[in-house]
Design a protein around this ligand. Structure first.
Ligand code: R1P
Ligand code: URA
Length: 310
C-alpha cells in the first residue's frame, strides 16, 4: 500500500516525495536509464518506430540533425524538418518496450531529475507521440498498401494488469464481448486514442481498430509448426462486431504496440496516434512486395501533415 511504501522509504532516509535511484534510474551523465536521453534532448513531438533502422529512414528527410544516440534497441535522432523540431526514436517490438519508452519519455518532461520530484500539475507537459509502424490487416477490404490510423486499440497483452486504466462504458462493453467471442481466459483492454491527432496527422488515411498482440506468431494466429489452442481464432477476430450508438465496431488490423501506447498515453496525459502501414493481409494471405516503399510514403505523408498543422 502507499503507506507501507512511504514507511519503507523513511527507513532508508528517502523523503517520500523523492523518487529513489532504484525507480528513476539515471546514468552517470544524468540521462534516463534505457533511452539514454537528457531532458533537453527531446522535442514536444516525437515520432516512434519499431525498427531501429527506420529511424534514419525518417531523419534522412530532416534539414539537419542536432543529436543522435543509441542504447540497446533505442536509437534516437533529434533534428529539424522544415523548421519544426522533431525527435524520432525506435522502440523495438512489443508493449513491454512501450512501458519503458512511455514512462521514460514522460519522466524526461514531467519529473525534475535534480530534485527527483514529479513536476507540479501546472508545469506538466503533454507530448505528441506518433507511432509509424507496420501491421497486418484482418479484413479483405483493408488491402496491403493501406495507411491506417488507429481509433480504438484492443490489448491482448498483460500490460494493463499493472495500471489502473479507466475505460469508458463503450470500451468496457467491447472488451467484455470480445472476451466472450474469442473465448479468452483473460479480459482484453480497449482504449481509444487521441481523436485530435488522428484527425490532424492521420487526415486522409483509413481509420480502423487495431488488435495489439503479445507476439507475432501464435498471438496473431500464425501457424508455422505449432498448432493454436483455437483453430478458428483468426475467423473469430475477423467476424467480431459490436453495434453501439457510435456505430458498428469491427477489428481491422494486428500489430504489437498500439494498445500499450494508447493506454499509457491516457494514464500519463500525452496525445498518442498509431499509424499502420499494412504490409500483410491475413484474409487474402498476401504480403507486400514493396513494404519499404509503403513505409516510406507513410513517413513522408506524416512529416508533411505535421508541418501543415503546426
Ligand atoms: C513485427 O514485425 C513488428 O512490426 C510491427 C509490430 O507492431 C511489431 O513491432 O511494428 P514495427 O514495424 O513498427 O516494428
Ligand atoms: N507487424 C505485425 O505485428 N503483424 C503483421 O502481420 C505485420 C507487421
Amino acid at each position: 500500500s502507499p503507506v507501507t511504501f512511504k514507511i519503507q522509504y523513511l527507513k532508508f532516509n528517502i523523503p517520500p516525495h523523492m523518487i529513489p535511484s532504484s525507480e528513476l534510474i539515471l546514468n552517470p551523465d544524468g540521462s534516463i536509464y534505457h533511452l539514454n536521453l537528457l531532458p533537453d534532448h527531446i522535442s514536444d513531438t516525437i515520432l516512434t518506430v519499431g525498427d531501429p533502422a527506420r529511424v534514419a529512414q525518417v531523419s534522412k528527410h530532416f534539414d539537419s540533425i542536432e543529436f543522435e544516440t543509441t542504447h540497446r534497441e533505442f536509437v534516437t535522432h533529434v533534428g529539424y524538418y522544415r523548421g519544426k523540431r522533431l525527435t524520432v526514436l525506435s522502440t523495438g517490438m512489443g508493449t513491454d518496450n512501450i512501458d519503458i519508452v512511455m514512462n521514460e519519455l514522460d519522466a524526461l518532461v514531467n519529473i525534475d531529475f535534480m530534485s527527483r520530484e514529479v513536476r507540479p500539475t501546472e508545469e506538466r507537459m503533454n507530448l505528441r507521440i506518433i507511432r509509424i509502424g507496420t501491421s497486418g490487416s484482418l479484413q479483405a477490404d483493408v488491402p496491403v498498401g493501406t495507411m491506417l490510423a488507429t481509433e480504438h486499440a484492443v490489448g491482448l497483452d498483460s500490460l494493463m494488469q499493472f495500471y489502473p486504466l479507466m475505460e469508458t462504458g463503450l470500451e468496457t462493453e467491447i472488451a467484455t464481448e470480445l472476451q466472450q467471442s474469442l473465448a479468452l481466459p483473460f479480459a482484453p483492454y480497449v482504449v481509444r486514442g487521441s481523436d485530435l491527432l488522428r484527425e490532424q496527422v492521420g487526415a486522409g488515411t483509413a481509420v480502423g481498430n487495431t488488435v495489439t498482440c503479445p507476439g507475432f506468431y501464435g498471438p496473431q494466429g500464425r501457424r508455422l509448426r505449432l498448432d493454436l489452442r483455437q483453430a478458428d481464432y483468426i475467423a473469430r477476430l475477423q467476424s467480431f462486431r459490436h453495434q453501439s450508438a457510435e456505430g458498428l465496431f469491427r477489428l481491422s488490423n494486428f500489430e504489437m504496440e498500439t494498445a500499450g501506447y494508447y493506454a499509457l498515453g491516457r494514464l500519463l496525459g500525452h496525445e498518442v496516434l498509431s499509424l499502420n502501414a499494412i504490409v500483410a493481409n491475413r484474409a487474402t494471405g498476401e504480403f507486400a512486395e514493396n513494404a519499404g516503399a509503403i513505409i516510406d510514403s507513410m513517413i513522408e505523408r506524416t512529416l508533411q501533415q505535421l508541418v501543415a498543422i503546426s
